[in-house]
Design a protein around this ligand. Structure first.
Ligand code: SF4
Length: 232
């Protein structure tokens, strides 16, 4: 067996063709590495709102997550592979959620369960709610629904398994130097609608004033007419 070589570069004599196996180390390791990980994804015990009830149902006997090797919900991020964002994400909770994510060892995955976690859901643009956890964490799988059924969550977990199947030990970010996911910054969102970031209000006002001044400079007559019309 020749390992670590491109099979197209190697000429194998006819009398050895049945005895020599030419392959690439990644082709041997990746399926084994991914098989082990895909069948032992341990989610964190972590629920945020109504979607969490469906997640709990999914872990109970009727849907039997043990079939996927995922029944071991861990009570600590240190032993978890998967964070299921199951519910409405409030701005007050974001720092805690991100801190828990930062405490998970690699490889780690995030599943956004339901409309709230994926995009704010019925509370989108509420002043206390973020419009999607993907503004703060890298989401691997989105599961639509309000709430998603256990079957939908299982479908999302199978999609995660398929994503894990596609990964290669040679390119996964957690074995590369300068891991781009190793980010320990904990963001603190501010209360207020997400249409405008209120922390940027000073800059927004400055830019608006600048644009207005440029318009007056370029088209003074039109600007005066606009101002007169506005006064009337
Ligand atoms: S998506 Fe629907 S069920 Fe899930 S947390 Fe939001 S409101 Fe509740």
């Amino acid at each position: 067996m020749t390992i670590g070589a491109d099979s197209s570069d190697i000429v194998v004599p006819d009398d050895l063709k049945n005895n020599v196996w030419i392959t690439n180390i990644a082709k041997i390791l990746d399926p084994v590495y991914n098989w082990g990980r895909r069948n032992s994804v341990w989610p964190m015990v972590f629920g945020l709102a109504c979607c969490a009830i469906e997640m709990i149902c999914t872990a109970a006997s009727r849907y039997d997550l043990a079939r996927f090797g995922m029944e071991v919900f861990r009570a600590t991020p240190r032993q978890s592979d998967l964070m299921i964002i199951s519910g409405t994400v409030t701005k007050k909770m974001v720092p805690t959620i991100v801190r828990l994510y930062n405490q998970m060892p690699e490889p780690r995955y995030v599943l956004a369960m339901g409309a709230c976690a994926s995009g704010g859901g019925p509370f989108k643009e509420g002043y206390t709610v973020v419009d999607g956890i993907d503004k703060f964490l890298p989401v691997d799988v989105y599961v639509p629904g309000c709430p998603p059924t256990p079957q939908a969550l299982i479908n999302g977990l199978i999609a995660l398994q398929e994503k894990i199947d596609q990964q290669s030990i040679a390119s996964v970010p957690w074995y590369t130097k300068g891991d781009p996911t190793a980010d320990d910054v904990v963001p603190i969102p501010v209360l207020g609608p997400d249409l405008v970031d209120v922390r940027q209000l000073g800059i927004i006002r400055q830019q608006a004033a600048l644009t207005k001044a440029e318009t007056v400079e370029k088209e003074p007559v039109a600007a005066v007419e606009t101002a007169v019309a506005a006064d009337q």
